[in-house]
Design a protein around this ligand. Sequence first.
Ligand code: ASP
Length: 487
Amino acid sequence: MKKVVKFGGSSLASAEQFEKVGKIIRADESRRYVVPSAPGKRFSEDTKVTDLLYACYEAAKEEAKFKAILEKIKSRYQEIIDGLQISLSLEEDFEEIKENFKNQIGNEYAASRGEYLNGKIMAVYLGYEFVDPAEIIRFDGNGQFDAEITELLVARKLNTIERAVVPGFYGAKENGEIKTFSRGGSDITGSILAGALDVDLYENWTDVSGVMVTDPRIIPNTKSIDTITYRELRELSYMGATVLHEDAIFPVRKAGIPINIKNTNAPEEEGTMIVEDTCKKPLYTITGIAGKKGFCSLFIEKSMMNAEIGFGRKVLQVLEEQGISFEHIPSGIDTMTVFIHQDEFAEKEQQVIAGVHRTVNPDYMELESDLALIAVVGRGMRSNRGTAARIFAALAHANVNVKMIDQGSSELNIIVGVKNEDFEVAIKALYDIFVDLILHKQYNQLQLDIHQDLYRLLYLCLCVQKCIIKYHFYKRNLRVEEEKLAF
Ligand code: ASP
């Protein structure tokens, strides 16, 4: 068994967190390739080291500010080194970093130092070999990630090393110029290594116990999902569920490797398994609920629209010309509605309206803003009747007006559009009907079972008591008979 394990910034924000991580890695021999992030926040008002590095690089020309931020960064790492009581000096590294910042060699280089330095500490702490991703994660001349060469380089280098620490988030072009992935990109590094080394599992350790059924800011005690497919996760992530970088799915999915999201602060919890496919039935019919605010709709009406070939294409072409992507297009016989991100649309709305008039000459058009989209996602919907009925019953009971409905033929999700102000109420109503109700039912069933067991126990006690009384009665009678006989 071979695993790649990636630890997020909050899991490595302090010496205390490093110790938890060390325990986790040492508890399982198969955790052979470790991908650390840069130190994250230690408390909610804290600053991530990556953000400090960006700020420090920006301040390179203001000596005092530059020095102050650099000192802050240094002390973050020194605190970890001291706390772990390891012998390591980052003095030389910091001298080099200072020089490179002054020479402004690039802010991606600057950001990458967060992972680089944390990786150095981690390697010494664990006694693993340190491998600089600049050697094995390759970007092409245009700065695009080069999957093919990277796969070769990773396999060639790491297959000869038993245990290694490879910092996340960055790689390099062939000429050595450091490039980073987008923010949160250490997830991608872990996934790339897992795919290239063909490991059995990619563990992604963070500060939550997996992917949540819905947004914990709306439902504070929301449950985590035990198993989710890549497709379901993609639907939920697209709608705002953020636990893993979107681009981290592809390398492992291609290789058929599952991802296990785990909690560094509660390692005993199972977390969420992200898999290609599974026979496991989701606990609540649905797998998750996610949504986003900030959409608007463009309603277009024209008599005989259904007979006008190319009508839809022409409308979408207007959007394309303005560089606007659309989300959903529910349509009727003579009507069509296009859902668009409001902020994208706001700047170009008049051009779009004029363009639609020009190209399809509609009878009527109407814009509606401040809409939210909610996706109810689950592979279990295909084999269950009544999911849509439950969704709309829940929303009706919660007094939420449904503006749009969209269910793909894959039956993986049902998307509803509501007003922004109804968003939270709608999510709560959906969570109640699909998750809370089931949990309540399970709870009630458990109570019922306990009551039944108690009644059985009571009945048994009464029977035993009756037997004891009978026995004593019989013995007493026997004694009386004997006494009578003796007399
Ligand atoms: N440290 C980087 C960030 O803050 C990358 C990562 O944590 O994955 O975005």
